[in-house]
Design a protein around this ligand. Structure first.
Ligand SMILES: [Zn+2]
Length: 377
């Protein structure tokens, strides 16, 4: 190396690298009737902003709540997938659904965004194993086993009085069937015991599509060092979440203390929109956003996100981390990552911290592509 070596041009690197966002909840916003091809001032994501952000593969998670009645689970997820597909079909020159990593590479090579369909919350399968196959055949390539409440087969991270240890026998069958089909198991939101059970039986690498580091922010949604090591050993990947409450201990504590201010309204909205997941989610997210002006003295920014990436790299190496923004699923995101067009700021900060081009490419997307290829191709 000569002493006149140029510093890395982060923009060129970001443009050239495969950039993957492991998790957005944008199908919920689509359900509320947006046109995904038009740049919006609300929400976090649409085609123009994905293009500006240089995002090559976007995971669109189709979410349903744990309380959904058993006989409407499948229909609700179908409806979200239909909505996503119709928005994608309207823009065939810009975005296309990928079913394999090879598919994704071809789509990206044609200058388009590869859209990856995920399901957030295993209750989607309505406790019927044949629905894992059903959703696989609809193009779903990962499923987050649970959400913020435990289901009857998988315990959620925040459950203090779990009814069983992590997974039931049925839960284990779900994991095995996902392995057989080539659907990635996502353990974000799962209880430590559930993660342990998954790791005991999975024959494939797993992901935590949108989770942060517990050592930096003590939230039950975050991963302990032991879990991070276990996921690395399994060859999986962790997508760092952009939600301030998972990123910053200070922010979490202050937000917890302010939650009382909105609790009555949250209750009211839960009741008002109890039959409409999408409207309820949107209204509650907006309400949570009202806490933000009270948080002005706290800085959560691109640096905070890269601190979480850095932590995992130092613990287990650069092969097991990426990002899963949770855009359109969380009410407040770091400064400088206000929407998906600003994702290149992560690359800029990685360059700033002296990361090599090779490691930056891994973190931006190659790590996820490795797991995608290994599980789904
Ligand atoms: Zn989530």
């Amino acid at each position: 190396m000569s002493c006149t070596e140029q510093p890395l041009d982060y923009k060129a690197l970001h443009q050239d690298a495969i950039v993957v966002d492991l998790h957005s909840d944008t199908p919920l916003r689509m359900r509320r009737g947006i046109d995904f091809s038009v740049r919006d001032t609300a929400g976090h994501m649409d085609i123009p902003r994905l293009q500006e952000g240089g995002i090559d593969l976007q995971v669109f998670a189709c979410w349903i709540s744990t309380g959904t009645l058993l006989d409407s689970c499948k229909a609700k997820v179908d409806e979200l997938i239909d909505t996503l597909e119709s928005q994608i079909k309207k823009n065939p020159d810009k975005i296309e659904i990928c079913l394999t990593a090879a598919d994704a590479e071809r789509i990206i090579g044609e200058g388009k965004i590869a859209a990856f369909i995920g399901i957030e919350n295993g209750v989607a399968i309505a406790s019927d194993i044949s629905n894992v196959d059903y959703f696989y055949n609809r193009g779903v390539r990962y499923m987050t086993l649970t959400h913020t409440e435990s289901s009857d087969w998988c315990i959620s991270s925040g459950d203090d009085e779990p009814a069983f240890k992590g997974l039931t026998d049925f839960g284990r069958d779900v994991v095995r069937r996902m392995n057989e089909l080539g659907m990635i198991v996502d353990i974000s939101h799962a209880h430590v015991d559930a993660v342990e059970e998954v790791l005991k039986i999975t024959t494939d690498p797993i992901i935590a599509s949108h989770s942060c580091v517990y050592a930096l922010c003590e939230h039950d949604r975050n991963l302990t060092d032991e879990q991070i090591r276990a996921i690395a050993e399994n060859g999986g990947v962790i997508g760092i979440n952009f939600y301030n409450t998972y990123l910053s201990q200070e922010w979490k504590e202050k937000a917890d203390s302010l939650y009382g201010l909105i609790r009555p309204q949250v209750k009211m909205l839960m009741e008002k929109y109890k039959d409409d997941d999408s409207a309820r989610y949107g209204a509650i997210m907006e309400l949570y956003g009202q806490i933000t002006p009270h948080m002005d003295s706290l800085t959560v920014d691109v640096n905070t996100v890269v601190d979480h990436i850095d932590y995992i790299v130092k613990l287990v190496g650069p092969e097991y981390v990426g990002f899963g923004s949770d855009y359109d699923g969380v009410p407040v995101v770091p400064k400088g990552l206000d929407d998906c067009s600003m994702v290149p700021n992560i690359t800029a900060e990685l360059v700033n911290r002296g990361y090599s081009e090779k490691d930056i490419r891994k973190i931006l997307g190659e790590n996820f592509m490795r797991v995608f290829r290994q599980v789904c191709d």
